[in-house]
Ligand binder design. Structure first.
Ligand SMILES: CC(=O)SCCNC(=O)CCNC(=O)[C@H](O)C(C)(C)COP(=O)(O)OP(=O)(O)OC[C@H]1O[C@@H](n2cnc3c(N)ncnc32)[C@H](O)[C@@H]1OP(=O)(O)O
Ligand SMILES: O=C([O-])CC(=O)C(=O)O
Length: 373
């Protein structure tokens, strides 16, 4: 056995610089291009945040108008993408559907191999604009409903909800959804973003990197946790059942989904903002029972373990209240995080080094292959 030190899970290992976001667990803060994410959530739209992540600065009025016009013109879904989605069985997880759709878009785009910054920015905007059509189409086909064409007189979040539910939502719902999109957009070298950077580092195209990132986000230790939180809520049922449920879960060493974080050990900087958005939804939909369950599980688990909620904890019940099926929650995360992933793809390409760490061999010693007579 070798004595060489390894860094399991790359925990605590800085592997590159980034100018896109700064996660600071000491001050419990998160900055996108220098701006606190809480301020962006309060004062900006998701479209402005996407522009900021890609370009480094918030847009001027003229830049925003041009950006929004282009985004709205890219929202439609080509017929062959709908056909391919239709051919996927309803037993397929929606993350598999969104991953397949992005892969097909990449296979169909004649500019896939063009890795200039300009071409990659255009692909990024197309993905941003088309993901709501993909996610809402999949949500609706699972309910036996027809595709709702996008509207170009609605902002990103209002249109996303309109395409999903076939009605223009009221402002508190649009605002809460937009806040969730802003908070999910970017978080430095998380597992899916790092996956996108690894794929980009081989000089593969943007669609390959985004497709791989979607695969990495699916897992329950990462983006899949927002879906898993809702399954936990369904399992527990009501606030008075939290104690016995936790006794049983902890006795079998279950991970409690929506709690804990690799970087934040004293709470996730985004949770208070998303919890406030959840509170407005609880009032709007008159569901105090859900807030009671949320608070009871948080208080009991934090009290026992000192492990705090992450962003997926308030986002799961928020998407539930908005009316999304539970399996659609992680695709919503994809729709937002595509901004961060593509910003990192651009950054990786601009100062590339092949990402190829070392492993320490701990298998059997060298030996000869038996020679057969
Ligand atoms: C947007 C996002 O992707 S945020 C992350 C979403 N993921 C989740 O919510 C899944 C649940 N959480 C977890 O599994 C973990 O907290 C992770 C994977 C997010 C972070 O993990 P790590 O930094 O590797 O911490 P690690 O898993 O080593 O945890 C340290 C200790 O806390 C425990 N712990 C951490 N999170 C949890 C949890 N949610 N439930 C129960 N125990 C936990 C671990 O079991 C471990 O205990 P031990 O030292 O007795 O073995
Ligand atoms: O940073 C992480 O490891 C996970 C996370 O919170 C995110 O990707 O938003």
């Amino acid at each position: 056995m070798s004595e060489q030190e390894i860094y399991k899970g790359l925990a605590g290992v800085p592997v590159d610089y980034t100018a896109i976001s700064k996660v600071n667990p000491e001050t419990n803060s998160l900055l996108y291009r220098g701006y606190p994410v809480q301020q962006l959530a309060a004062n900006s739209t998701f479209e402005e945040v996407a522009f900021l992540l890609w370009n480094g600065e918030l847009p001027t009025d003229a830049e925003l108008a041009a950006f929004e016009e282009k985004e709205r013109s890219y929202r439609g879904l080509e017929h062959h993408i709908k056909r391919i989605i239709d051919e996927l069985p309803l037993t397929a997880h929606p993350m598999d559907v969104v991953r397949t759709a992005v892969s097909v878009i990449g296979a169909s785009d004649p500019t896939t191999a063009d890795d200039s910054r300009e071409a990659d920015l255009d692909k990024s905007l197309r993905l941003l604009a088309q993901l709501p059509s993909i996610v809402s189409y999949d949500q609706r086909r699972r309910r036996g409903l027809h595709f709702v064409e996008p509207r170009d007189d609605l902002g990103y979040s209002a249109n996303f909800l309109f395409q999903t539910f076939d009605e223009v939502p009221e402002l508190p719902v649009v605002s809460a959804f937009d806040v969730s999109m802003i908070l999910y957009a970017e978080h430095s070298f998380n597992a899916s973003t790092f996956t996108a950077r690894v794929i980009t580092s081989t000089l593969a195209d943007l669609y390959s990197a985004v497709t791989g990132a979607i695969g990495a986000l699916k897992g329950a230790l990462h983006g899949g946790a927002n879906e898993a939180v809702m399954h936990v809520f369904d399992e527990i049922g009501t606030a008075d059942r939290v104690g016995p449920w936790l006794d049983e879960a902890l006795s079998t060493k279950r991970k409690i989904m929506g709690f804990g974080h690799r970087v934040y050990k004293n709470g996730d900087s985004r949770v208070p903002t998303m919890k406030a958005a959840l509170d407005t939804l609880v009032d709007y939909y008159e569901r105090p029972d859900l807030a009671e369950l949320y608070d009871a599980l948080e208080a009991d688990f934090v009290g026992r373990k000192g492990i705090y909620p992450n962003l997926d904890y308030p986002s799961g019940p928020a998407y539930h209240l908005m009316g999304f099926d539970t399996e659609m929650f992680t695709p919503l995360f994809v729709a937002s995080r595509v901004t961060g992933w593509t910003a990192h793809i651009l950054e990786q390409r601009a100062a590339n080094a092949l990402i190829r760490p070392l492993s320490v061999y701990n298998g059997v010693d060298e030996r000869d292959v038996p020679v057969k007579d």
